[in-house]
Design a protein around this ligand. Structure first.
Ligand code: BG6
Length: 477
């Protein structure tokens, strides 16, 4: 049997993409609430267009999302029926600290997650908790400029200490920042950064990255102090960069593109700023302000495991303007002629998962955890809400096979696998509902119409069997 006996099988969601209840239970407003569906979404999530509140012209899907805030018991029961022994979810920061800079937390928010964790416990499901999945309380953005400000480290520390203390014994697995490298690509949605005209964006982004990295190390330190049972992971939007051709310049470009992603994990896992990044920042005239003790903190409090999302490999070229474009997960992407694409133009590369896992394991020599993987498609349900999603089964089966090969044939140490959007939820990049990843269909469209009823797709039964056999039986029959 290639996978560990205690392998963690499950699915993943993020608060803002599924909870809704944006103004209930004392919750404050966050950046992730005010990103609408439609053509303005991209300029907003990249920090080029200002949207700090709702207006009447846009539809904001996160306000209600799939209403998991009220329906989590039903949803967790369905996860349990599939056999999940782990469920990855995120905390909405502004439920716990509605403004972000209060000294005392909001009890109603704390209670909500406590109940949710107890519900998981009832079924023997381990929560894997992302402390922040892109969200920042809006007040911290308006008052402090979000992660560009050093003060964010204190607010985040307060959040973490509160969570670790309150949920001791209920939660053991924590991730500090979802897809930390997305800060460079979608700075408003990923880190609450909005840029003023003429600002040196790179300077702001790397300063913010430093603050997140210090905050992450501090969180790791506190997690271990509060409960030595706690295990803390970093989280990377992964996907190996292939060179566009064997031309040495393209190979160097691919290495450089990988470095841009690994930089974050190098700091979180190896505990040091890598030389290649220090040199690059120096060349670009970017000076990161650090305080005494920052580097020691980074060195002493590295993560226990490496988690990552994987949807596709990537291609890098020395002269990207000469290459064909493709769509990617918040990253600009080059087309790989050897790969098929999803309906949203994301390239499909199961073998790339094995390559990516090998890269990460070679580099860090720590256990890996795949915390997102899946196919976003249009699903057409029958009158009972049943979807015959063989395409999803095929996608997942091939990726799980590649993951097993990385373990069995290459010796990679893997803790678990959670598919993205195990229940249909709002898409992060587009804000659409119709881009679905789930085993569970949710009756809701892009503009909030529908009953919100849940129903099982064909893949629901398939994944149940996969989990039952610890990944041995991937057949679709
Ligand atoms: C990852 C994010 O980038 O990919 C998720 O962590 C996101 O929040 C997922 O939903 C899939 O992307 P999308 O744009 O299809 O929702």
């Amino acid at each position: 049997m290639p996978l560990r006996k205690d392998f963690l099988w499950g699915g993943a969601t993020a608060a803002n993409q599924c909870e809704g209840g944006y103004n209930e239970g004392g919750r404050g407003l966050a950046n992730v609430d005010v990103v609408p569906i439609g053509e303005d979404r991209f300029p907003i999530i990249t920090g080029k267009m200002k949207m700090f509140d709702f207006d009447d012209e846009h539809f904001y899907p996160a306000k209600e999302a799939i209403d998991m805030y009220h329906r989590y018991k039903e949803d967790i029961a369905l996860f349990a029926e599939m056999g999940f022994n782990v469920y990855r979810l995120s905390i909405a920061w502004s439920r716990i600290f509605p403004k972000g800079d209060e000294a005392e937390p909001n009890e109603e928010g704390l209670k909500f997650y406590e109940e949710l964790f107890k519900e998981c416990q009832k079924y023997g499901i381990e929560p894997l908790v992302t402390i922040t999945h892109f969200d920042v309380p809006m007040h911290l953005i308006k008052e402090y400029g979000s992660w560009r400000s050093r003060e964010m480290i204190n607010f985040y520390e307060n959040l973490c200490r509160t969570l670790f203390t309150r949920y001791k014994g209920l939660v053991r697995y924590w991730l500090t920042f979802n897809e930390i490298n997305v800060l460079l690509h979608a700075p408003f949605m990923g880190a609450g950064l909005y840029f003023e005209e003429g600002e040196n964006e790179e300077q702001v982004k790397y300063q913010a990255a430093h603050h997140e990295l210090v905050a992450s190390a501090l969180a790791t330190k506190i997690a271990h102090e509060v409960d030595p049972e706690n295990q803390v992971g970093c989280m990377l939007a992964a996907g190996k960069n292939y060179p566009h051709s064997p031309k040495p310049e393209d190979v160097l470009a691919a290495q450089k593109a990988d470095h841009d992603n690994y930089f974050f994990i190098d700091v979180q896992s190896r505990g040091e700023y890598p030389a290649y990044k220090l040199k690059e920042l120096e060349r670009k005239g970017i000076a990161i302000q650090m305080e005494d003790g920052d580097l020691d903190l980074l060195k002493e409090h590295t993560v226990d495991f490496i988690s990552f999302s994987y949807y596709s490999s990537r291609v890098a070229a020395a002269e990207p303007e000469d290459a064909d474009e493709s769509a990617g997960n918040l990253f600009s992407a080059i087309k790989n002629p050897y790969l098929e694409e999803s309906e949203w133009g994301w390239q499909i590369d199961p073998l790339g998962l094995r390559t990516t896992m090998n890269d990460l394991y070679d580099r860090y020599q720590k256990p890996l955890f795949i915390v997102e993987n899946g196919l976003g498609t249009v699903d057409t349900p029958d009158e009972n809400g049943y979807v015959e999603d063989d395409y999803r089964i095929e996608y997942l089966a091939k990726h799980i096979q590649a993951m097993k090969d990385a373990v069995e044939l290459d010796g990679v140490d893997l803790m678990g696998y959670t598919t993205w959007g195990c229940i249909d939820l709002v898409s992060a990049s587009t804000g659409e509902m119709k881009k679905r990843y789930g085993f569970i269909y949710v009756d809701r469209d892009n503009y909030g119409n529908g009953t919100l009823n849940r129903s099982k797709k064909k893949s629901f039964y398939w994944y149940k069997k996969v989990i039952e056999t610890n990944g041995e039986d991937l057949s679709n029959d």
